[in-house]
Design a protein around this ligand. Structure first.
Ligand code: NBP
Length: 483
């Protein structure tokens, strides 16, 4: 099939919209001969016209020519819209590829779709790699965080290419083999879920500083810039300062005051929560973040609530010591953020168990240090924690994080309590604290629930003092029987 004169591309990218074109330019600029293809040829032509000088591209109009331009074993990355379009491209390419070739889906696929596709292509001898790619447009061009799944065999030849174009932190590539079949897309989904929680928590911190301490957006931008010099240093804190600093050219108001307060979403946060529910793992921080976006976007209902004028507390928060308050919010944000990550890693552990993936959590935290949206200095601490104790049980059990939460908890509690008293919605802060208190409780009120379930549905219960399963004859003489 291959003609050795043209079949020299080391990597191919099909789907040249925002992500694909930037990824292709990244490959080419790192010295890889890069084959490019798009359903409509105009995007391919535009890439050559605007950026052909970035490196050695081989452009093809047809999928057959595209495949023929690749050196064997062929390595193709699909960067098209997730769902049906990805299936259409896979079907077309799988007819053209040969056993041993590697087909990568770099889009935001559902991990279950990836598992299905991998199984189908394995039967044809084609390695299918579902790979999370984070970092948006800029990451794709300059170095994303890459989370490839698929076979270890495929990673042996694909991995070095992906590692070269990924972000690097301290000389270490932000790319590692995650696990077989859908593992890469699974952890990308969790990454996005954590991203939702992180963004929500930062937004709540902003709201507290504004509604609680009365700071204006420019002053809050200063606070975030300051926070970004310490243990909260992260891309999201950094860009929040930039957003808050921005003044609207048209009105002269802070931009944040003229942006409609309805948060959009593309669905990966919802997938995370659905998956966690299926696996029975609490991800309350991420769930609250998804719900908060939902509430923000419920325009009609929010407008109706304004008309009804639902009552709030009679007096606002009277913050006496602004500096102390700002520090309390910082600590509450940090503690809540640790809970969100702890919950995210819990889902990864449960997914790994369910689907038989051997995921190295420390290596995963390491590849999230650069290139992706949740990149943050404290991911180093997460890597260290998992390296020291791979089977931690919870991130909160690592001495470093236990110490942070112990240092933060008084502030965390007073911020959540103060917000509740003064009517500032902090679902992320509050649910994270409730989760933390639930996790550390020796006894939970679940015993009452078990009693209720046994009462109305004879669902039985276990006892703390002896083996077995029991039922109380609630509508009879209320004696206990073995169930
Ligand atoms: P889009 O998700 O907007 O998809 C556009 C691309 O899909 C175009 O190349 C288009 O070809 C192609 N396409 C469609 Br639509 N239907 C097709 C079909 N039936 N057959 C072949 N090609 C088809 O592109 P994107 O924003 O660059 O994202 C690409 C992938 O990366 C997505 O899965 C996305 O979720 C993921 N992702 C995006 C970001 C981001 O920041 N945008 C970040 C991380 C991951 P055409 O030009 O002929 O219409």
């Amino acid at each position: 099939m291959s003609d050795s004169s043209t079949a020299r591309a080391e990597i191919g990218v099909t789907g040249l919209a925002v992500m694909g074109s930037n990824l292709a330019r990244n490959f080419a600029s790192k010295g890889f001969v890069t084959a490019i293809h798009n359903r409509s040829y105009a995007k391919t032509e535009a890439l050559i016209k605007d950026h052909g000088g970035d490196g050695d591209f081989i452009a093809s109009e047809s999928a057959a020519d595209f495949v023929a331009s690749l050196a064997v074993p062929r390595k193709v990355i699909i960067m098209v819209k997730a769902g049906g379009p990805t299936d259409a491209v896979i079907n077309e390419l799988s007819e053209l590829l040969e056993p041993g070739d590697i087909l990568v889906d770099g889009g935001n696929a559902q991990f279950e779709d990836t598992r299905r596709r991998e199984e189908a292509l394995r039967e044809k001898g084609i390695h299918f790699v579902g790979s999370g790619i984070s970092g948006g447009e800029e990451g794709a061009l300059l170095g994303p965080s890459i989370m490839p799944g698929g076979s270890a065999e495929s990673y042996a030849s694909l991995g070095p290419i992906l590692e070269k174009i990924s972000a690097h932190v301290d000389g270490v590539p932000c790319c590692t083999h995650i696990g077989t079949d859908g593992a890469g897309h699974f952890v990308k989904m969790i990454h996005n879920g954590i991203e939702y929680a992180d963004m929500q928590l930062i937004a709540e911190a902003y709201d507290l500083l504004r509604s609680g301490a009365g700071l204006n957006p420019a002053e809050i931008a200063e606070v975030f810039s300051e926070w970004n010099k310490g243990e909260l240093e992260s891309f999201l804190v950094e860009i929040t300062a930039e957003v808050l600093k921005q003044v609207d050219a048209e009105t002269g108001k802070p931009l944040v005051d003229v942006i409609l307060d309805a948060a959009g979403q593309k669905g990966t946060g919802t997938w995370t929560v659905q998956t966690a529910l299926n696996l029975g793992v609490p991800v309350s921080g991420i769930a609250e973040a998804v719900f908060a976006r939902g509430l923000s976007s419920a325009a009609a209902q929010r407008a109706a609530a304004q008309k009804v004028n639902l009552p709030g507390p009679s007096s606002p928060w009277e913050v006496q010591d602004k500096d102390a308050f700002i520090e309390s919010v910082r600590l509450a944000l940090y503690a809540s953020k640790i809970v969100a990550y702890a919950q995210g890693f819990d889902v990864i552990a449960a997914g790994a168990k369910e689907y038989g993936w051997d995921i190295d959590n420390g290596a995963l935290a390491r590849i999230w240090r650069g290139g992706c949206i949740i990149r943050a200095v404290f991911l180093n601490r997460i890597t260290e924690a998992f390296e020291e104790t791979p089977d931690l049980g919870s991130l909160l059990f690592a001495p470093y994080f236990t110490e942070v939460v112990s240092r933060a908890q008084d502030s965390w509690r007073s911020v959540v309590a103060g917000a509740a008293k003064s009517g500032i919605p902090v679902p992320g802060f509050a649910s994270s604290l409730a989760y933390y208190d639930g996790l550390r409780s020796e006894r939970l009120p679940a015993a009452v629930i078990q009693g209720q379930r046994d009462f109305f549905g004879a669902h039985t219960y276990k006892r703390i003092d002896k083996e077995g399963t029991f039922h109380t004859l609630w509508s009879g003489d209320r004696t206990e029987v073995d169930a």
